[in-house]
Design a protein around this ligand. Structure first.
Ligand code: NDP
Ligand code: MG
Length: 379
């Protein structure tokens, strides 16, 4: 029986991780839950799931049978709790970085959905992994696909990692028309149902930019060895091209419960609540090369990965802040890309060798986006 803690249980990934646990009462038992601001949803989960431990960002009324605590220190304590076997990291944004480091230091298996923490905390995560017994198992569908395809050969035999991207809802729209996109339009994702921020990131392709850096961190490859391929149907989740010309691909229906479960059970595979893929029922599978001129977000990500240091942190932090401003109606859709580009231009690089350096750089990138937004009326 594996004891599981879900950090970010009220979110899209968190709720699906709970589904996976419910589907396998003989394999998993719930240990801990955490959430941030969704008070009603979290209280509902505590009453229904009765975890041993729970952490919320603000005080909540007591729930009988649940050890309830509040705030970031309590969250870090839960992340590193020796009693749990697997920590599902489903918190969104850079807020997941400290819990990630705490879980790895405590030697946990981390089923990691959060990509922002990997992009920003690259070196610190590497050190935490090398020092202890902690392990990282990717949940992000593309990274899970790469992880699975990479099990079919040796590292030095790999020519390319090929990340697929749905292209988001505006893949066929001309750049000029993107200017007037509203939050409502940006939240209509064609193939996946996800949290608000990642859905927006998919529309701007910032998500794919983050994933290029995430893949580089997780599997230790350079940007030159990572390609992006637009695949609107989201059936092929990513591929690995080997030097003999063989391409290994990972296919399934677009259902996050599959990669969540695999990260929890690896190296075993068990039946999943996800519907099976019948290829004959699928529309034609299509693939296109992305237009790097149009999707500045992707090109900036490759540049940040190459430049290293704090650039990936600025890319992420500026994008997180720009997303907040976009949802608040204070920045246009293209303003997201423009403000990230502005923050990167203004930034002077420095090494990211401590958590403080990362958090300072993150804060700086947010200030730069605010500066960008305040100097323009509505951009
Ligand atoms: P959601 O916005 O749906 O959920 C985020 C969760 O994190 C919620 O439980 C939220 O709590 C919690 N949270 C938010 N801010 C904080 C904070 N400052 N401190 C502690 N907890 C916090 O996000 P998703 O589930 O969509 O995504 C989670 C992560 O997984 C992201 O990094 C995303 O990129 C990644 N991912 C998601 C996929 C998906 O299909 N959704 C696919 C691949 C990766 P509350 O609701 O109480 O505020
Ligand atoms: Mg993904």
């Amino acid at each position: 029986m594996k004891k599981v803690t879900i950090l970010g249980s009220t979110g899209s990934i968190g709720r699906q991780a709970l589904d996976v646990i419910h589907a396998h009462p003989e394999t998993f038992t719930l240990y801990g839950l955490s959430a941030h601001s969704s008070e009603e949803a979290f209280c509902g989960q505590l009453l229904a799931e009765k975890p041993h431990r729970a952490v919320f960002s603000l005080p909540l009324p007591a729930v009988p049978g649940v050890e309830l605590a509040f705030g970031e220190e309590a969250l870090l304590d839960l992340a590193g709790d020796p009693a749990a076997d697997v920590v599902v990291l489903a918190i969104s944004g850079i807020a997941a970085l400290r819990p990630l480091l705490a879980a790895l230091k405590a030697g946990k298996r981390v089923a990691i959905a959060n990509k922002e923490s990997l992009v920003c905390g690259g070196d610190l995560v590497k050190i935490a992994l090398s020092k202890g017994a902690g392990e990282l198992l990717p949940v992000d569908s593309e990274q899970s696909a790469l992880f699975q395809c990479l099990q079919n050969g040796r590292r030095q035999e790999v020519e390319k990692l090929i990340l697929t991207a749905s292209g988001g809802p505006f893949f066929k729209i001309k750049r000029e028309e993107l200017r007037d996109i509203t939050p409502e339009q940006a939240l209509r994702h064609p193939t996946w149902s996800m949290g608000r921020k990642i859905t927006l990131d998919s529309a701007t392709l910032m998500n794919k930019g983050l994933e290029v850096m995430e893949a580089a961190r997780l599997f230790d490859f350079e940007g030159e060895q990572i390609d992006v391929l637009i695949h609107p149907q989201s059936i092929v989740h990513s591929m690995v091209a080997y030097r003999d010309g063989t391409v290994m691909a990972n296919l399934s229906r677009a259902d996050m419960r599959l990669p969540i479960q695999y990260a929890m059970t690896w190296p075993d595979r068990i039946p999943s609540p996800a519907r099976k893929l019948n290829l004959w029922e699928q529309p034609e599978l299509q693939f296109y090369r992305p237009d790097m001129e149009r999707f500045l977000a992707l090109r900036m990500a490759y540049d940040c990965l190459k430049a290293g240091g704090g650039y990936p942190v600025v890319y992420n932090g500026a994008n997180e802040r720009a997303a907040e401003l976009f949802f608040a109606g204070e920045l246009s859709f293209l303003g997201i890309e423009d403000s990230v580009s502005y923050a990167l231009e203004k930034y002077t690089n420095r090494p990211m060798d401590s958590l403080e350096a990362i958090l300072e750089t993150d804060a700086l990138s947010r200030r730069l986006v605010d500066e960008f937004a305040s100097t323009r009326s509505f951009v």
